[in-house]
Write a protein of this length. Structure first.
Length: 128
DNA sequence: CGGCTGACGACCT
DNA sequence: GAGGTCGCCAGCC
């Protein structure tokens, strides 16, 4: 196995299939929680790859999309990112509300920090 | 092979 | 807060 989601480490795993790694990680976001594109990138050890994470989800084939909770990924501002049409996907807001996450009409996730999911956040860091 | 393109994000006004 | 700029770099053409 080239990539094991249960033990993704600090090493750079960016080989062929960056998209696949993103998809794998997004699958690990629990229901009722959300993560930012940057969070996913960071979990992969690539702090500056947030944009590439978005690209990976954009490239998600329709068939594969229903198996991956893509809607649980929002931007660092806690908002549903705007698509090519210039507005946040109403579909994403609907799916989030379905699992108990409040989203206002502008696409802003209420209480983003409270719902935010961190992969392996056990670093003992204390927010001063 | 080279240029373009973003489901982003950090910064700056 | 709300806007605009700019760097990022894997895929795609």
């Amino acid at each position: 196995m080239p990539y094991d989601p249960t033990r993704h480490g600090p090493h750079r795993v960016v080989g062929p299939g960056f998209h696949a790694q993103v998809h794998r990680l997004v699958q690990r976001i629990p229901r009722g929680r959300v993560a930012s594109y940057g969070d996913i990138a960071e979990a992969l050890g690539l702090r500056s790859a947030a944009r590439r994470v978005g690209q990976a989800l954009a490239a998600l084939p329709a068939g594969r999309a229903q198996a991956i909770p893509w809607h649980r990924v929002v931007n660092a501002a806690g908002r549903i990112s705007v698509r090519a049409d210039g507005e946040p996907s109403p579909e994403q807001a609907r799916l989030l509300r379905e699992e108990g996450i409040e989203v206002d009409d502008t696409g802003r996730v209420l209480d983003f920090s409270r719902h935010r999911h961190r992969h392996r956040s056990d670093r003992g860091q204390t927010p001063s």
